[in-house]
Design a binder for this molecule. Structure first.
Ligand code: PMP
Length: 401
C-alpha cells in the first residue's frame, strides 16, 4: 500500500547522461565539453579575485545580522542590478516603472517571471526559439501555458534563420510571450546582429508581443557589460514592456550562490506597483524571501567603483579566453585540412558553439576519443584550453573524414 512506489522515473537529462558518461570513463585524457561553467586554462573552476575580496570585507562587517530580508530581496542589490542591465541613464528607471526582485539566479528569475505571467497574462502562449536552453521548456511548462516555437538556428549556415524567425513571430497572437536570449545564445552560440535585433523589436512591438529576455551572460559573451546589454536596452528604450531575467552565475562566477534578479519594465509607476504586489505574492508562497549572501557579494562589488572596475577586468579576461579558444580551435581545424567550413566557430559568441557534429559523431567522439559533449553537438568553449584544443581538433578531423 505504498503511495510513492507508483512514482515513475523522470526522463533522463541529456546533459547529465553526458556528465555520467565522462565520470565513468577511466581515460586520463578524457575531456568534458558538456558542462556549462567557466574553467581556467588549467581546467579548474574560477573564483574571481574581486569576489574573494568582497567576501573578506563582508566577513569583517559585524553590523550584519541574519534577519529575514525583504521578500523582494536586498534593496541596494535590486537598484544596482537594474542599473547594470538597463544602463545608468535609463529613462524607465528614472520614471520608477521597473520592478526588480532578487531571485535565485537566472533560473529562479525565469521561474518567478513565468508564474507571474501565468497568473496575470491573458494570452497563454509562450514562444521559445528552436533550439533553446533545455530548461526553458520545463520552466514554462505548467498551468495552462502553451509552448510554441519560433525558428532560430539554421543548420545549413550554422547561423541565424532570420527569415524563419520573423515569419514565426509574425504568426504570434497579441500578448504572446516571446523568450529571447539577450546574448551568447545557449546552445547555438548564434546571436542576431544589432540590425536584426532592431527588426525583431519592430515585429515584437507591432504584433503587441511581450518579450521575456533571458540574460544569463551579460559581459561574458563579448567582454563588455554594455555591448551584451544592448539588445535589451533597445527594447526598453522604445518605452514598451518587457521582462528580464538576470544571472550572476557566469559573469561573477557565483554559480553556487544562486543570485540573480527578475526585472519587469512597466509602462508607468502605477502599473509597476501593482505588478510588484503580484510578484511578492508568488515569492512568498514559493520560498518567502531570498538568501542574502550572494546578493551581498554582488552589491559590495557593484557599489564600490574600484571593485567594479576590477570585476570588469576579470570578466573581460574570461570572455577573452573563450574568444581565443574559438580562434585556436578554428586554426587547429584549418591546419588539419578538415573538410567543411568551420568559420562558424569564430563567428559564434558566448560560452557555447554548435559544432555541427551529429549524434552519431558525438557518440564516436566519446567512445573513441574520450571527448564528451551534448548529443546536439554543442561544446562549451570555456572548458577548452590551449592544451586540449589539438586533442579536440584531431578528434573532429577523425570523425568527419
Ligand atoms: N539561461 C540560460 C540560457 C542559461 O544558459 C543558463 C545557465 N546554463 C541559465 C539561464 C540559468 O543559469 P543560473 O540559474 O545558474 O543563473
Amino acid at each position: 500500500n505504498s503511495i510513492l512506489s507508483t512514482v515513475l522515473p523522470a526522463p533522463e537529462d541529456s546533459i547529465l547522461s553526458v556528465a555520467f558518461g565522462c565520470r565513468d570513463d577511466p581515460s586520463p585524457v578524457k575531456l568534458n565539453l558538456g558542462l556549462g561553467a567557466y574553467r581556467t586554462e588549467e581546467g579548474k573552476p574560477l573564483v574571481l579575485d574581486v569576489v574573494r575580496r568582497a567576501e573578506q570585507q563582508l566577513a569583517k562587517d559585524l553590523s550584519k545580522n541574519k534577519e529575514y530580508p525583504p521578500l523582494t530581496g536586498l534593496p541596494d542589490f535590486n537598484k544596482l542590478s537594474a542599473k547594470l542591465i538597463l544602463g545608468d541613464d535609463s529613462l524607465a528607471l528614472k520614471e520608477n516603472r521597473v520592478v526588480t526582485v532578487q531571485c535565485l539566479s537566472g533560473t529562479g528569475s525565469l521561474r518567478v517571471g513565468a508564474e507571474f505571467l501565468a497568473n496575470n497574462n491573458k494570452e497563454r502562449t509562450v514562444f521559445l526559439p528552436i533550439p533553446t536552453w533545455g530548461n526553458h521548456f520545463s520552466i514554462f511548462t505548467f498551468g495552462d501555458l502553451s509552448i510554441k516555437h519560433f525558428r532560430y538556428y539554421d543548420p545549413k549556415s550554422r547561423g541565424l534563420d532570420f527569415k524563419g524567425l520573423l515569419e514565426d513571430l509574425g504568426t504570434a497572437p497579441p500578448g504572446a510571450i516571446v523568450v529571447l536570449q539577450a546574448c551568447g545564445h545557449n546552445p547555438t552560440g548564434v546571436d542576431p546582429t544589432f540590425e536584426q535585433w532592431e527588426q525583431i523589436r519592430q515585429i515584437v512591438r507591432s504584433k503587441g508581443l511581450l518579450p521575456f529576455f533571458d540574460c544569463a551572460y551579460q559581459g561574458f559573451a563579448s567582454g563588455s557589460l554594455d555591448s551584451d546589454a544592448r539588445a535589451v536596452r533597445m527594447f526598453v528604450a522604445d518605452g514598451g514592456e518587457c521582462l528580464i531575467a538576470q544571472s550572476y552565475a557566469k559573469n561573477m562566477g557565483l554559480y553556487s550562490e544562486r543570485i540573480g534578479a527578475l526585472n519587469i519594465v512597466c509602462e508607468s509607476k502605477d502599473v509597476a506597483r501593482k505588478v510588484e504586489s503580484q510578484v511578492i505574492l508568488i515569492v512568498r508562497s514559493m520560498y518567502l524571501c531570498p538568501p542574502t549572501h550572494g546578493a551581498s557579494i554582488v552589491t559590495t562589488i557593484l557599489k564600490n567603483s574600484d571593485m567594479y572596475n576590477d570585476w570588469t577586468i576579470e570578466l573581460k579576461g574570461m570572455a577573452d579566453r573563450i574568444i581565443s579558444m574559438r580562434q585556436q580551435l578554428y586554426e587547429a581545424i584549418q591546419a588539419r585540412g578538415t573538410p567543411g567550413d568551420w568559420s562558424h566557430i569564430i563567428k559564434h559568441i558566448g560560452m557555447f558553439t554548435f559544432t555541427g557534429l551529429n549524434e552519431e559523431q558525438v557518440r564516436l567522439m566519446a567512445k573513441e576519443y574520450h571527448i564528451y559533449m551534448t548529443y546536439d553537438g554543442r561544446i562549451s568553449m570555456a572548458s577548452l584550453s590551449s592544451n586540449t584544443v589539438p586533442q579536440l581538433a584531431d578528434a573532429i578531423h577523425a570523425v568527419v573524414t
